[in-house]
Design a protein around this ligand. Structure first.
Ligand code: SAM
Ligand code: SF4
Length: 358
């Protein structure tokens, strides 16, 4: 396969994507360079900030990879107060982030649904309706998705985690709590409700192959997603998947493969929003900046109230950066400007793909 011909294509077959993902050395640099060009030409040089508020680590699910899964008894469970959450959102608004992401473990009790609903209304109020809101609170009913949409959420992140059904069940074996079909249906519910829909996968999972990852990229295309957040899988000592750590690629290999995924996705879906995932920085302190250079255009600074951060410990070496201090935020911004990008100020930074579809 001639690489220069492949890089100028706009449609890709499964084996072509697997080939792109396998690139190393100079060929990999060519892929990254092309993805950067496509990004600049299609979505421009703006980087949009979403303030990430991890407002609770209480979860009803038992995903085999996740540090806050319900069976991990070592976790100190928390639920931030409304005031703490609103303070983080106010910080985002005052610093002209444009939008926030509210993320939590998955619960579906009426009390949880109502609480999120009330928070949405309060966030809209405190920002004169200006702050955009993304939710990432797992699988919910169509009715709940609609209720939250009507109260002000307009984007939703729900990773498929692995689009190969067999691999999905290897990392989520307990049925019926986990159902691949229900996960896909939830993504369809979100689309039907009117959200900008984001999904993603973990990269470098045990049992995962390049063919699986190429399939993930085609799954994103088939689902016609608006946003993607994907990053390396990183082990956590107190999870069942830790037992498979000897079969993993090195962290550096997973990191570089994650950059290949971002770059290949930028070629495949040029006008979507792609996040530079926090997990990249568990491997490389400049991980997010490197992701921006190969096709990502979204950064999610962590605005979780500081006391809770160490309890939202999804995987080892998760950074506990103090990005809600003005100094560290300014440092992050100047790092981004140094590598040639601009910061989108106060705008929601909607996915162009979403706007084109409408
Ligand atoms: N509970 C919601 C859900 O699962 O959609 C949102 C919170 S969940 C902690 C957010 C994401 O963390 C998941 O979609 C998963 O991909 C990621 N995650 C969990 N454990 C991880 C690990 N060990 N390595 C990398 N990412 C992980
Ligand atoms: Fe819960 Fe989400 Fe972690 Fe799964 S990934 S255990 S749903 S917080």
């Amino acid at each position: 396969m001639e690489l220069s011909n492949l890089l100028s294509k706009t449609e890709f077959a499964h084996e072509e994507l697997a080939f792109l993902l396998s690139l190393k050395g100079e060929e990999r640099q060519a892929l990254w360079k092309k993805a950067a060009e496509v990004k600049n030409a299609v979505v421009g040089s703006n980087v949009y900030f979403r303030g990430l508020v991890e407002f609770s680590n209480i979860c009803s699910k038992d995903c085999l990879y996740c540090g806050i899964r319900k069976s991990n008894e070592k976790v100190v469970r928390y639920k931030a107060t409304d005031d703490e959450i609103l303070d983080s959102c106010r910080f985002a608004w005052e610093n002209r982030f444009g939008s926030v992401v509210l993320q939590s473990g998955e619960l579906s009790s009426p009390a949880f649904v109502k609480r999120v609903d009330n928070l949405l209304k309060k966030i809209k109020q405190l920002s004169n309706n200006e702050l955009g809101i993304t939710l990432s609170c797992g699988e919910q009913t169509l009715e709940t998705y609609r209720r939250w949409f009507e109260s002000g959420a307009h984007r939703y992140l729900l990773r498929i985690e692995a689009s190969n059904r067999e691999l999905y069940y290897k990392i989520h074996p307990d049925t019926p709590a986990h159902s691949f079909e229900k996960r896909v249906e939830a993504l369809q519910f979100l689309r039907e409700t009117g959200y900008q829909v984001g999904t993603g996968v973990m990269i470098g999972l045990p049992f995962q192959t390049l063919d699986d990852l190429a399939g993930d990229l085609l799954f994103f295309k088939k689902m016609d997603i608006d946003m993607c957040g994907m990053g390396p899988y990183i082990e956590h000592e107190h999870t069942p998947l830790f037992a498979h750590r000897y079969f993993l690629q090195t962290k550096q290999e997973r990191f570089e493969l994650a950059l290949n995924m971002i770059a290949a996705l930028r070629l495949l879906m040029p006008d979507i929003n792609i996040a530079a995932a926090t997990a990249l920085e568990a491997i490389d302190p400049n991980g997010r900046k490197k992701a921006l250079k190969v096709g990502a255009n979204i950064i999610m600074p962590n605005l979780t109230p500081c006391d809770y951060r160490k309890e939202y410990f999804l995987y080892e070496d998760k950074p506990v950066l103090l990005e809600n201090s003005v100094e560290s935020l300014n440092e992050l911004k100047s790092n981004i400007i140094d590598v040639g990008f601009e910061i989108g100020k106060g705008e929601w930074g909607d996915s162009k793909h979403f706007r084109h579809r409408k």
